[in-house]
Structure formats: C-alpha cells, structure tokens
Design a protein around this ligand. Sequence first.
Ligand SMILES: NC(=O)c1ccc[n+]([C@@H]2O[C@H](COP(=O)([O-])OP(=O)(O)OC[C@H]3O[C@@H](n4cnc5c(N)ncnc54)[C@H](OP(=O)(O)O)[C@@H]3O)[C@@H](O)[C@H]2O)c1
Length: 288
Amino acid sequence: MSDAGTVLVTGATGNTGSWVVSGLRRRGRRARAASRRPAPADADAVRFDWADARTFAPAVSGVEAVYLVAPVGVAEPMPLVRPFFQAASAAGVRRVVQLSSSAVGRGDPVLGEIHDLGARTFDEYTALRPSWFMQNFVGDHPVADGIRRRGEIATATGHGRLGFIDAADIAAVAVEALVRAEYLGGELVLTGPDSLSYPQAAQMVADVLAEPVRHIDLATDELAARLTAAGYPADFSAALAALDARIRAGEQDFVTTTVADITGRPPTSLREFLFRERRRLGWSPRVG
Ligand SMILES: NC(=O)c1ccc[n+]([C@@H]2O[C@H](COP(=O)([O-])OP(=O)(O)OC[C@H]3O[C@@H](n4cnc5c(N)ncnc54)[C@H](OP(=O)(O)O)[C@@H]3O)[C@@H](O)[C@H]2O)c1
C-alpha cells in the first residue's frame, strides 16, 4: 500500500473507529471518517449509512484501505455488507481490516460470515478478533449501566475469565494493519495483559471508586430475561447471555501477546483503564 493511500474508517465515531481516525492522522495518513452524521468541521468526513447503499460509492472512491465496523445491532448484515464489498472492490480497495471478535471464527454467523466473504473478496483482509472491550464498563453497555445504577455487575459468567482489552489498543493494532507495507495476515486475536473474571473486575471497579461494587452471578436464562426486561431485543439478549455461558465454560480464558508484538508497547491493564476513565464509571451514592 502506498504511503499516500486514503483509509476509509467506518464506525468513525465509535469505540475503536474514533481511535483509528486519530491514530491514522497522527501517522500522517488521510483518514476519511464515515458516519451517519459526519462532523461539519472535518473536511475528510463523509456521510455513510449501512441502511443507504447510495452512500457506499462516494465513501470508497479513491480509497486504498478500509477499516470495517460491521452494521451494529443488525441480525442479518450480509445484504448490507455484500454490496459495500462490491463497491469497495470496484473502487480498487486492496486492503480491509475488519473488527470481529475473539468469540467469532471465520464462517461463524454474522461477523464470521463477513470475515469469510471479505477474505474471499480482497487480496489483503485482516480480521481483528479482540476479547471483550474495557469500554463496556463505562459506555452504554449493560455492564456499565449496572455499575452506574446499582453498583453491581450482573453476568452469567461465574468465575470464568477473559482478556478484557482497551479499544484504544485494538485501534493501535488496526492502524498498523492498515498502513504497514507488509500484510499482517488473515486474523489477529487480541487481548489485554490479564485474564480476569467479572468478580475480580468488580473488585477493581470498587477499588477505583472506593465504593462497594458487587458481582451478581446469574444463570444464562436469567441474564437473557434481565436484558430483555431492560429493553434489549430478545434475540440480542439471548446472544449476549450465550456468550457469557461460553466465558463461564473457560473458552475465553487466555491472553495473547499480539498487541505488544505489533505495536511495540504493552496493552493497557484493566486497572489502568478504570483509573483513566474513573469519571465515566459513575457509581457513587455520595455524588449521586
Ligand atoms: N463490546 C465488546 O466487548 C466487543 C467485543 C468484541 C467485538 N465487538 C464488536 O465490535 C463492534 C463494534 O461495537 P461497539 O459497541 O464498540 O460499537 P461502536 O463502534 O462504538 O459504535 C458503532 C459505530 O457504528 C456506526 N453506525 C451505527 N449504525 C450505523 C449505520 N446504520 N450506518 C453507518 N454507521 C453506523 C456509528 O456511527 P454513527 O452513529 O456516527 O453513524 C458508530 O461509530 C461490534 O461488531 C461488536 O460485535 C464488541
């Protein structure tokens, strides 16, 4: 890929995409930030809506590489992603870096199907497969919501462990995968430095906030019912709860050295992340 190549960043306002845009620009690369509501002050922002295929061709025009955040919250994304891949391929895009998940292999439903089609469409396709985001503790995620509202983290994971990762570290790897002359390969499994259980994470949140935060261990169907009652679609709730069951079974209890291997610096620990983001954690009976 030439140094001058423009990179289209989908999900540019999101957890990883925002860091990918800033990381590319720090490296002197042109990042075309795609959003349904592009920032007027950003000359390189472009309107992009998965629900409107007319936005695809202008977004990929003149682009060499794409950072792909698949349509979020869409049960059947292939009818949206297939024409996007066609437009990108026709525009000469050679390299795509997709945000997938450590829980999703090539060919698995939804993100894995996109991974498979992308790998068959583009010369250089890299699926990033990160563990669970540390950002789930501070954003719109049910984990963050439980901390803010009740000082509790309710999961169906038991003492099962996982390698929580900072979205900024995922983005740092994405930038390398997008701009390096060499192709970094078909998939990269990414974790933070430690494999931790939610009870351990709840204790860390409590330490950072100096407030009690407890872990509530639910059965898988109890968690699904809670999420549905909180307003999440039933199928999404069931899917999230099923992932927890896989964590409980130990499937996600591993760490990789990929972030450090590729970026040259160690990934952020959960404790460092929680401390950095402590103002967004929010639970404090004293502050309200
Ligand atoms: N959270 C985790 O622990 C975790 C772990 C592994 C993998 N993942 C995967 O990471 C991905 C991203 O999840 P996230 O929660 O972090 O989301 P996010 O990237 O923070 O936010 C979603 C982004 O998608 C954009 N978007 C939403 N609807 C769109 C549409 N119709 N057209 C174009 N853009 C649209 C939004 O941009 P605008 O609103 O500006 O349009 C926003 O930038 C998901 O595929 C998820 O499965 C998550």
